[in-house]
Design a protein around this ligand. Sequence first.
Ligand SMILES: Nc1ncnc2c1ncn2[C@@H]1O[C@H](COP(=O)(O)OP(=O)(O)OP(=O)(O)O)[C@@H](O)[C@H]1O
Length: 190
Amino acid sequence: MASLRRPIILFGPSGVGKSTLVKRLMQNYKDRFGFSVSHTTRQPRPGERNGVEYYFVTKEEFQKLVSENKFVEWAVFSGNMYGTSVMAIDDVIQHQKTPLLDIDMQGVMQVKKSELNARYLFIAPPSVECLEQRLRGRGTESEESISKRLAQAIAEIEYSKQPGNFDGIVVNDNLDTAYKQLEQFCLKDE
Ligand SMILES: Nc1ncnc2c1ncn2[C@@H]1O[C@H](COP(=O)(O)OP(=O)(O)OP(=O)(O)O)[C@@H](O)[C@H]1O
């Protein structure tokens, strides 16, 4: 996959604010960045549209894509499958934009082994307690799902403490400050 523009990978615990931040960046830089739309087997949340936030597919469709080697990375998270297709990244590159990916830690590990020459930005919560509040506040998760996401969050925060696992880190405490830091990272060194 040849690209002059290095894809940017945002990762961090569920509920930390990745979608909120990416949405703002995409609004402000429509022509510069393109969101790589992932596939998922989870149900759409209210307002989510197929092909915009995600490609919503069945388990069978997802497994077919896996067997055809169509994903750069994929993972099972909270009982659902998520994946980044080669097609989704190529689609952004063909529009002369820098691909932005929002993936989880398992995905990051797989992409690091792939030929994708990406830059990695870790989005961290101010604290695990704050993350829990945001997940609850979003009102999209069951108690079971919140517990799973928090357990995973602790593993992701540990991963982020190991040197060399990311190129930049943004603590999403104040949203405006975090956004500015995200913008700075994304605009430099393309
Ligand atoms: N800096 C912030 N301060 C307070 N609330 C925030 C901040 N950033 C995001 N939020 C809120 O936290 C909740 C989680 O944010 P968001 O859905 O963007 O997280 P996410 O990291 O994309 O999660 P997932 O990985 O599960 O999709 C949302 O309700 C959002 O409005």
